[in-house]
Write a protein that binds this ligand. Structure first.
Ligand code: F0G
Length: 475
């Protein structure tokens, strides 16, 4: 991808060129997993049975599964080989030390606690740092992060830049934190109410958009000035570093690993779902610099996850994770991966389908408000679109909209987000461009008959994280 920029250093003056030269995958396929498209009647029955919630659909009734990029990647031969070297000792497993060395090498943190996935790392960290009435500012907290904050009667406040909420805005770093918004929150509530500032890279809830190195540095400087901790949600840190390499002036000659390590150097701690950029099917971690914080978190890790040298993972999982951390931060791999997502997104834009621009690192987000303007947000247009995509082509996407946003814990009211999106998430090293061409063709069919798409209403609504278990019917 080439970027051009004016002489000004202002990100809003940078432009992303429209074409990305194709970068072939730096691997070939050794093993395949058959998939098939169930017939229309089977899909209709499966959707009814699922209460119009695609989390309830068995995967063998799904043809192309774009529900998530989390834990759905294809491991390499080296990762599979690493599994065989797992040391399953309860304490002091050699696999833990290999994992710890990889974390120190790639991410630069002195201390690490393994956890079974990302939200478990959040649980451990928040158990130490987040208390009743606290405020956690950040750039579009992921839903489990927000839920962990609200579970402790604290509040997550979104300080993402406004450009993030304008789908057609083509700015290169739409995931950035707005420093003026952040300063306002800190001034309003006072530093003693703020256990940390959180930067999520890439900004998943905001369209998979990256955060610039400059922005991370500015937020870190702000935090240090006010004596606030800075935490990074590192689920997709490698993809974020690739965007910095490609789009930020002066970064093109640096490796993704160099950039990623610099980003982490500004943070006090990081939580990571290793199911994303470390390309494992299960795993997470909590990384820190401070020994005292590590000590406090260790107790909760033992309580919730497992002893500090395995914390919810088997030795073999830690081996695959260590190998995956290196593979997931290779420049060539990232160029092929993000290029695939980019070309898929561009093909939808060419067909006139409204998506969040520019395409993010791991997913394409369809703008459901623009796709289905005849539906009100309370009729869950993105959820309706997810159901239609399944019915039309056996493809499973996911709603990132009003259902996911849950109700306001104080008022009990729905809180329709600014963006109402259907996310089509691309698993790592799994689907070919032919698969994505098929998805495009199915979406074009839906686009042509969009006026016929109906809204949904709840038949069951769970109190916490409702989008996983809610049930609906057509209005
Ligand atoms: N943070 C971010 C930015 C995430 O995207 C996720 C998970 C988590 C934390 C939690 O990690 O699932 O390992 O417990 N995102 C997945 C998704 C589920 O589909 O976007 P986890």
């Amino acid at each position: 991808m080439s970027t051009t920029r004016s002489d000004s250093q202002s990100p809003s003056n940078w432009q992303i060129s429209d074409s990305l030269p194709s970068h072939p995958e730096p691997y070939k396929i050794k093993m395949i997993e058959p998939i098939h498209l169930p017939d229309r009647k089977t899909r209709e029955a499966a959707l009814q049975e699922a209460g119009f919630n695609i989390f309830n659909i068995p995967s063998d009734h799904v043809f192309i599964d774009l529900l998530t990029d989390s834990g759905t990647g294809a491991m390499s031969e080296h990762q599979w080989a690493s599994l065989m070297e797992g040391d399953e000792s309860y304490a002091g497993s050699s696999s833990f030390f290999r994992f710890k060395n990889a974390v120190q090498d790639v991410m630069g943190f002195e201390y690490v606690l393994p956890t079974h996935q990302g939200r478990a790392a959040e649980n451990v960290l928040h158990s130490v740092l987040v208390h009743d009435g606290d405020i956690v500012p950040g750039n579009s907290h992921f839903d489990t992060t927000k839920a962990h904050i609200e579970f402790r009667h604290a509040h997550a406040i979104d300080c993402t830049i406004d450009a993030c909420f304008v789908p057609e805005n083509d700015e290169p770093f739409k995931g950035n934190v707005d420093l003026a918004k952040l300063a306002k929150v800190v001034d309003e509530h006072g530093v003693e109410k703020i256990p940390f500032v959180l930067i999520t890279v890439t900004n998943n809830s905001g369209g998979g958009q990256p955060v610039s190195l400059t922005n991370v540095k500015e937020v870190a400087a702000f935090c240090h000035e006010r004596n606030l901790k800075l935490i990074i949600d590192a689920a997709r840190f490698a993809e974020n570093a690739w965007f910095i390499q490609q789009r930020e002036p002066g970064q093109r000659e640096r490796s993704v690993r160099e950039i990623a390590k610099e980003v982490f150097s500004y943070a006090d701690a990081a939580t990571m779902s290793a199911k994303k950029d470390a390309i494992v099917n299960m795993g997470g971690m909590l990384c820190m610099r401070d020994e005292e914080l590590f000590d406090q978190c260790s107790s909760f890790n033992i309580l919730f996850e497992g002893y500090i040298t395995y914390g919810g993972l088997s030795g073999r999982d830690m081996e695959a994770l260590a190998t995956g951390l290196y593979e997931g931060t290779e420049d060539d791999y990232l160029s092929a991966r993000i290029g695939q997502v980019r070309r898929f997104g561009d093909s939808l834009t060419e067909a006139g389908i409204p998506i969040v621009r520019p395409p993010g690192g791991h997913a394409i987000y369809v703008d459901a408000k623009k796709f289905l303007p005849h539906l009100d947000q309370e009729q869950f247009p993105a959820q309706a679109l997810v159901c239609e995509l399944y019915l039309e082509g056996g493809i499973r996407g996911v709603e990132i909209g009003t259902v996911l946003a849950d109700r306001d814990p104080d008022t009990g009211k729905n809180r329709p987000p600014k963006l109402e999106l259907m996310r089509m998430t691309i698993p790592r090293r799994v689907y070919t461009e032919n698969h994505l061409q098929y998805v495009r063709d199915v979406l074009v069919k839906l686009w042509e008959r969009r006026d016929s798409i109906r809204g949904l209403k709840f038949t069951y609504e769970p109190p916490i994280l409702r989008h996983f278990r809610a049930r609906f019917e057509w209005e």
